[in-house]
Design a protein around this ligand. Structure first.
Ligand code: SF4
Length: 253
């Protein structure tokens, strides 16, 4: 079975490693469950800061009020025609998103020198013909690669140890532009309520063997997908799975 999208990506790898059956429902069957408000807010935030960085790259200095208006219109447009599962009410979610943006504009954006934004990169993996694809949130003038996250709580430091997403970005960046000295970091905005937004910078320094380990893991995942191996991985997290009703009917979690 060929890869359903014609390439492999970090989100596909993460989904397959979480649960091969979840991968089947999501990528082979193409089932799109309603998105929850946390994912939705992440999408809106990324879309707004993408527009912000494009303006900055074009030489503009967008003000806070204009960015607030942009957030409101982006939120409304992204919501139109979508089924969103509001586990936190819409109004609170919107306020929290605006608070993330205000925090970003005040504390993070002034120190950033954007060079590329939402940069899509691809590379064929050696000796396999498999295409690896990634979209990098931000590359700065010093080639610092940044991925932004919006979440409810601080991340543990352990998440900075060879995270596959960042190792993939660095690998794709070096394959596309040649090996260049560059740093990697997550900028994590977190808080459960609009009145309590905080921020964490998590710097990533991949181990010497991180790329080899990553390529071996990707090769294994691709092989299993091509074999059609989509067994259920039943764990305690199944109760949070968007496909649990479907899965039960197929003997899974
Ligand atoms: S309910 Fe559990 S076993 Fe079933 S698809 Fe979801 S994560 Fe996998």
């Amino acid at each position: 079975m060929p890869l359903p999208r014609g390439y492999i990506s970090h989100s596909q790898i993460r989904t397959y490693n979480d649960c091969p059956r979840k991968y089947f429902f999501s990528y082979i069957e193409g089932i799109q469950p309603p998105v929850n408000e946390k994912l939705f807010l992440g999408e809106v935030f990324h879309s707004v800061i993408e527009k912000y960085f494009l303006l900055r790259i074009g030489g503009a200095q967008p003000g806070d009020e204009a960015m607030g208006d942009l957030f409101a219109s982006t939120f409304d447009e992204a919501e139109a025609g979508r089924k969103i599962s509001w586990q936190t009410p819409r109004r609170e979610t919107r306020e929290r998103g605006l608070a993330f943006l205000k925090y970003f504009l005040k504390h993070i954006a002034p120190g950033i020198r954007p060079l590329m934004v939402e940069k899509e990169l691809t590379a064929e993996l050696p000796g396999t013909g498999v295409v690896l694809k990634g979209v990098i949130d931000l590359v700065e003038e010093d080639f610092c690669i940044t991925d932004f996250k919006t979440t409810t709580g601080k991340w543990p430091e352990s998440r900075a140890t060879n995270p596959p997403q960042m190792v993939i970005y660095k690998y794709l960046f070096d394959r596309s532009f040649g090996p260049v000295p560059s740093t990697l970091k997550y900028e994590i905005l977190y808080g459960k309520h609009a009145g309590n937004i905080r921020h964490q910078t998590l710097r990533i320094a991949p181990d010497a063997g991180a790329v080899e380990g990553l390529l071996a893991m990707i090769g294994h995942v691709v092989e299993r997908i091509e074999e059609g191996a989509f067994q259920a991985n039943v764990t305690g997290y199944c109760r949070y799975c968007d496909f649990r009703t479907l899965c039960r009917g197929n003997g899974g979690g």
